[in-house]
Design a protein around this ligand. Sequence first.
Ligand SMILES: [Zn+2]
Ligand SMILES: [Zn+2]
Length: 275
Amino acid sequence: MFPIRLAVFKEQFCRYYTSPSKYINITLGQNQIFVLMTNWILDILFPKKCVGCKKEGTYFCNSCVGNILQTDLVCPRCERLAMGGQTHPVCKRRYGLDGLWSLGIYQDPLRAAIQILKYQGAKGLGEILVDITLEYWVKYQPFVLDQIKKDRGAGWVVIPVPLYWWRNNSRGFNQASLIGQILSKKLGLAFCEGLKRVRYTPSQVKLKGRERKKNVFGVFEITTNYQLPASQGKPTMNSILLIDDVWTTGSTLKECCYVLKRSGAKKVWALTLAR
Ligand SMILES: [Zn+2]
Ligand SMILES: [Zn+2]
């Protein structure tokens, strides 16, 4: 854990020293040289380590990426096999999810990567996880991805599952939001913090299915951001990619979907790193 923490420090350090600030009066050219030098020195001082095998040089080495166990894609309602993760026609509900796509099973090394991302917030690791997700997605039943391409991204918005503001601040960032932002940039889609938590809920970790559902009931609300125009000046947030790190019972994502659809969303797909 220690070297990863240092890597996070390095990222924060770089961000601090490379942001154009009135306190650091250097031109862009010098700034770039400064970044390179800082990176070089910090790479020596705090080498990146693989989340799986601890090998130095990267957050996630190729052989550990190869060890990610793929999940079978399932219908988000009945959790039985479903083509491309689409909700079965008989399982469709008016305010329910239209599909679910997850990268892999919640097991090491993916679990370790998600834990580090969640509690230590290494942005570089987030980038790598999104790259892996996209690579697998293209290869493995990219039904919703094809649909996004067909729509040329129009009307599609990436929305993360929010954390309660207090938890957000104490941890410093929201991992779902980080993944969502990186993903939206890579796909060229709009990103919007369209949901907020209106009350604090105890962690879902120790709760069982039914309790989890009760725990998140009425917890989410649409934010004013949600009404911002997504394309051509029209608030066309018809199709949403809802992002979270892990799908466990799905109660959080389902509740978010309910709120979004009640506010006019036509399609909501859940996308998670693990299931
Ligand atoms: Zn490794
Ligand atoms: Zn089903």
